[in-house]
Design a protein around this ligand. Structure first.
Ligand SMILES: CC(C)(COP(=O)(O)OP(=O)(O)OC[C@H]1O[C@@H](n2cnc3c(N)ncnc32)[C@H](O)[C@@H]1OP(=O)(O)O)[C@@H](O)C(=O)NCCC(=O)NCCS
Length: 131
């Protein structure tokens, strides 16, 4: 899928992860695995969730994940996260992944999704988000 003319040209949210896509993360086509990218987004969202809840968190759901463009080996991948809402024990966080290719060009929006985290205690039981 290609971006539409109304696609955002800059990320929304806090920069939570920045890394480089490596050959070990590629599939047989030479593109980066969607699962690797999702794990970076999950980690990035968890960083924002931990900072919000001031406790351990766990991922309970991932919704609306869209892969908009491929990620290439060597791309600088940046994940941006912002809080969509807080429930009693849960937090819904929007995570966007953007890349900077080897060539100098504008950052490209490659993936987005909504991740829900639950604040948990040391036994893994949900507890209210401390704000
Ligand atoms: C997350 C977990 C602790 C929740 O435990 P639970 O006993 O189901 O807790 P609850 O039913 O009280 O739900 C807790 C919160 O999560 C929300 N929730 C539960 N399932 C959800 C889902 N599929 N989507 C969105 N929110 C969900 C509930 O609405 C509730 O939110 P609120 O307190 O803000 O109203 C438990 O399901 C769990 O440990 N899951 C595995 C998590 C994990 O291992 N993640 C890593 C993936 S490999």
């Amino acid at each position: 899928m290609t971006s539409s003319s109304s696609a955002p040209t800059s990320p929304t949210g806090e920069l939570v992860i920045r890394t480089i896509a490596m050959p070990a993360d590629a599939n047989a086509n030479g593109d980066i695995f969607g699962g690797w990218l999702m794990s970076q987004m999950d980690l990035g969202g968890a960083i924002l969730a931990r900072g919000t809840a001031h406790s351990r968190v766990t991922t309970v759901a991932i919704d609306g994940m869209s892969f908009l463009r491929p990620v290439n080996v060597g791309d600088i991948v940046s994940c941006y996260a912002h809080l969509l809402g807080v429930g009693r024990t849960s937090m819904k966080i929007r995570v966007e992944a953007w890349v900077q290719r080897f060539t100098d060009g504008p950052p490209l929006h490659v993936t987005e999704g909504n991740l829900t985290y639950v604040a948990i205690d040391t036994d893994g039981k949900p507890h209210p988000v401390k704000r």
